[in-house]
Design a protein around this ligand. Sequence first.
Ligand code: G3P
Ligand code: CA
Length: 318
Amino acid sequence: MLFYFDIWRPACITKKGFLIQHPMRILRRFIRFLLLFVVFLLARLLYPLLYQLFIPAGSVHADRQTLMIAHRGASGVAPENTLAAFARALDQGADMLELDIHLSRDGIPVVIHDATLERTTNGHGRVVEYDLAALKQLDAGSWFAKEYAGERIPTLDEVLTLVNGRAPVIIEFKWDKEEGYYPQMATKVATIIRAHQASDWCWVQSFEQRYLDEMYRLLPEVPLVKCFIGVWSGPLGFYYDTGFHWGNYRPDAQIYRPAAHLTGLNFYYRTLTRSQIANWHQAGLQVWSYTVNDSKNMNKQVNLGADGIITNYPDANY
Ligand code: G3P
Ligand code: CA
């Protein structure tokens, strides 16, 4: 051994006379640094949540401009992502309708939130394992209430036929956990939007950036919205969309076109603060918040400056 350590001393001298730090001391410093870093991250993460807890809900002015967006249709009162839910949302006067799509095995965009069938139908397995004809056999209503027995998984085509321009439709592109994103999704959806001549009342949103890039290439006139769990900008910034990323989210660096052409951003509501919304507004982007189902939190989101609220109760009186 060229040197020795004395555990009780802060530093040691090698046999050649060099002063070095004791490894335990270095370890202790590292652990201290790590703890501080974790505390810093937690504080950044929790700040919006605590901020929202302590701001007053206030009241909302009668001439509020905030859009009430029906999350999976009027999914508080009808089975989500079914024709019944979209019809109810239209009846309730929702400002916009939101829906989720996957691809069937034969490549048809179908309206369902999960990549698997168990939660909202009487089927089993993954959506992508079944042709449309088989998916159409499933009951997508009974799990919600008996009166909806026989409700089917609709295709995107069927929903656009039902809505027929009466309200803007936000089409959220999903992905299958095992296969990842669907490479054909954007092309299929662009074809359907064109067939319905619905470019001026269809929007596309996704947590997956590649879908937005592809949609811009195929149908640049359709407004695009990027979804996040949250974005924590600033020094040592980070954000969470399909996964966790270090760095500050830069809309203009991520898409083929400048930030002004990405119409909006959509966040889990508890991650938003007033200044964050103001910053995105300054960048020319709308800010939506999801999914807000009680009037107290709706008021808070409106007063923070959100432009749209994604809710299961688009007729809520807040
Ligand atoms: O609008 C965004 C929101 O719909 C995203 O969450 O899981 O309900 O699709 P999810
Ligand atoms: Ca959705």
